[in-house]
Ligand binder design. Sequence first.
Ligand code: CUA
Length: 376
Amino acid sequence: MRRKTQSALGTVAMLVVAAACAPNATQSALEPAGPYAQKSYDLFVPVFWVAAVIFVVVEGALVLFAFRYRHRSGREGIPPQVHGNTRLEIAWTILPAVILAGVAVPTVAGIFELARDPGPGALDVRVLGHQWWWEFDYPEQVGLNERIVTANELHIPTGRPVYLTLCAVGAGYGGAPTPSECQPGPPEGGPSATLGAAVIHSFWPPELAGTQDVIPGRVNHMILEADEPGTYEGQCKEFCGLSHTYMRFTVVAHTPEDFERWVADQQAPAAPPDGAAADGLQVFLEAGRAGCTECHAIAGLRDPSGEMIRGSNNAPDLTHFASRECFAGCIFENNDENLRRWLDDPPAMKPGSLMPDYDLTPEQIEQLIAFLNTLE
Ligand code: CUA
């Protein structure tokens, strides 16, 4: 018996250690890194301790009574009963009601505070939940004279609230019409997007904010802010299909000056490549049925007929692909080795990926990588 208990305790200890060693150990709501996450944390701590005290009292009483009134030989009948004791029943009805009301006051106040309009100083970003990656879309606004589109990486300035508009999109969605705020803006006169296999996602950057559901046909909002520059990890928190677990993202917080530099870089169009990269562009234009351009946009480049490469809005805009730290739902670090694995067979790397396996030759893959590396 003792050995069994020891091995059970050993297993639990190993699980705790393993959980602590998980690569995303920093992805913790218990380490708030901005005012909005801090507000949630400040609510969580007192509620946790209230719950902890109640747990100890209730479980303690349970164990105590089970022990105190256990069956023993020589003991006859049942212990004295308290059923119908009016004073006790009133007490244990009122006490929980008072505790819950006490917890509700700061909680409800916090909900309203977190949802308050952050005012005109906020940065507007649209978050589009695709299956299974995040698009971050910066509409024209004060300080941004052009639209920016990126994937899997949300770049923000520190010390400034970021007002997110969250929408679910995807190809082939036949349900509710998509609100205009969620229509993916066509890149400069491109086709307007088909709204897709849109399903419910949930956006969760634990160190910067709470979670917000991303629902087809609805527009939700959320505000986040980072105090210090750095990279904060996040992920989709609502089961949304095959690659739900691969639907990650990072929030990269820059100092305001660095953020301006990033904005300027992102607004520059791509430059025509040469050498191996030019061969890569050819592969990009010709791969598969209608080229990678059937889905992926690259601002600044044109196809052989002189058309802009506009893509379909159902795949990441690759104009600044090489500037990104990660790709494919942020499951891969952006390097040659990972690109090689990815381009060889995307659906094998990320189940359900809309990006097909085009049976590219190793040479074509190297050319494509050379081309992608020029897209800074
Ligand atoms: Cu998107 Cu889970």
